[in-house]
Design a protein around this ligand. Structure first.
Ligand SMILES: Nc1ncnc2c1ncn2[C@@H]1O[C@H](COP(=O)(O)OP(=O)(O)OP(=O)(O)O)[C@@H](O)[C@H]1O
Length: 244
C-alpha cells in the first residue's frame, strides 16, 4: 500500500470510531526469548459501545488494554484512538491524551492509601490543573452520582472492596472521559459486589460513555453489549451482540 493510500484508509477508519486497530502486533522479550503477545489484532469500537474483551489468563487482555490506555506501544500495526493516530505518538503527547480523555479502572483499585476518598477522586483533576472550586463541584457531583458522599472523608483501608471500586470508578469518570477502560473490574470482589459494579458500569454506559472491559468472567461479559474473544494474542470471535 502506498503512503497516500495508507493515509486514506486511516482517515476512512477514523470516522465515528473510538478505537480502531489494524494488524496490531506486540512482540515482547522475556528472559531473552521473544514472545508474540498480540498478533494481527483487528478491533473496531464505536462511540457509545460497551465492549468486553473476554479471554483466559495469559490471553493478552491486559496487553491490549495497555495499548488502548496509551501505556504501551505496539511493535507494528495501526492504532487509532478517539480520532487520533496514536501509533507513533511521543511520550508527552500520549500522557496528555491519556490524562484528558481516558479513564482507567483496575482490578486492585489503584487507590492512594494516604489520600481520603474525596482526595483520591480529585487527583486526576489536579493533574489537569482545574482550579479548587471546579474540582470541588466535579468531585461532589461524582460522589453523589455513585451514592458515596457519606464516605468522602474515609481512607481506602477503611472501605470494603465494593466501595473501594466505586471510588476507583469515581476517579476514572471525574474527568468525563471519552472512553473508560476497565481491566478485570470485578476480579477482587465477591459475586454480589461484582454484580453491583457491573450495574454501575452499565448505567455509566447508558449515559453515553464508551466502555471497554477486560475479563475472564463469561458472566460479567454477558452484561456488556458486545463480546470480543481473545486467546493466545489472537481475536478468535467478535460481534456477539448482547442486549439486542
Ligand atoms: N511479566 C511477564 N513476564 C513474562 N511473560 C509475561 C509477562 N507479562 C505478560 N507476559 C506474557 O504476555 C502474555 C499476555 O499477558 P497478559 O497479562 O496481557 O494476559 P491477560 O489475558 O491479561 O492475563 P491475566 O488475566 O492473567 O492478567 C502472557 O501469556 C505471557 O506470556
Amino acid at each position: 500500500m502506498s503512503e497516500n493510500e495508507h493515509e486514506c484508509s486511516i482517515s476512512d477508519a477514523i470516522e465515528g470510531k473510538m478505537i480502531h486497530t489494524r494488524n496490531l502486533t506486540k512482540i515482547q522479550r522475556y528472559g531473552g526469548i521473544e514472545q508474540n503477545i498480540l498478533q494481527n489484532v483487528n478491533v473496531d469500537i464505536e462511540a457509545g459501545e460497551f465492549v468486553c474483551l473476554l479471554g483466559p489468563s495469559g490471553s493478552g487482555k491486559s496487553s491490549l488494554m495497555n495499548m488502548f490506555g496509551l501505556i504501551d506501544t505496539p511493535t507494528s500495526g495501526d492504532l487509532l484512538m478517539m480520532g487520533h493516530d496514536v501509533t507513533n505518538l511521543k511520550e508527552r503527547q500520549r500522557i496528555n491524551l491519556r490524562r484528558g480523555s481516558i479513564g482507567n479502572i483496575f482490578q486492585s483499585f489503584g487507590l492512594i492509601e494516604e489520600l481520603n476518598v474525596f482526595e483520591n477522586i480529585e487527583l486526576p483533576l489536579q493533574y489537569l490543573k482545574y482550579n479548587k472550586q471546579t474540582r470541588y463541584s466535579k468531585v461532589t457531583a461524582v460522589l453523589d452520582r455513585l451514592n458515596i458522599t457519606h464516605l468522602k472523608k474515609y481512607y481506602p483501608k477503611q472501605l470494603d472492596g465494593l466501595h473501594k471500586q466505586l471510588v476507583g470508578i469515581g476517579r476514572a469518570i471525574v474527568i468525563e472521559p471519552d472512553i473508560l477502560l476497565a481491566d478485570e473490574p470485578t476480579g477482587c470482589l465477591n459475586s454480589n459486589s461484582g454484580s453491583k459494579i457491573m450495574e454501575v458500569l452499565n448505567s455509566i454506559n447508558e449515559q453515553g460513555t464508551t466502555i471497554v472491559m477486560a475479563t475472564h468472567s463469561a458472566n460479567d461479559a454477558d452484561k456488556a453489549q458486545r463480546i470480543v474473544q481473545i486467546f493466545d494474542g489472537h481475536i478468535i470471535t467478535e460481534n456477539i451482540k448482547n442486549r439486542l
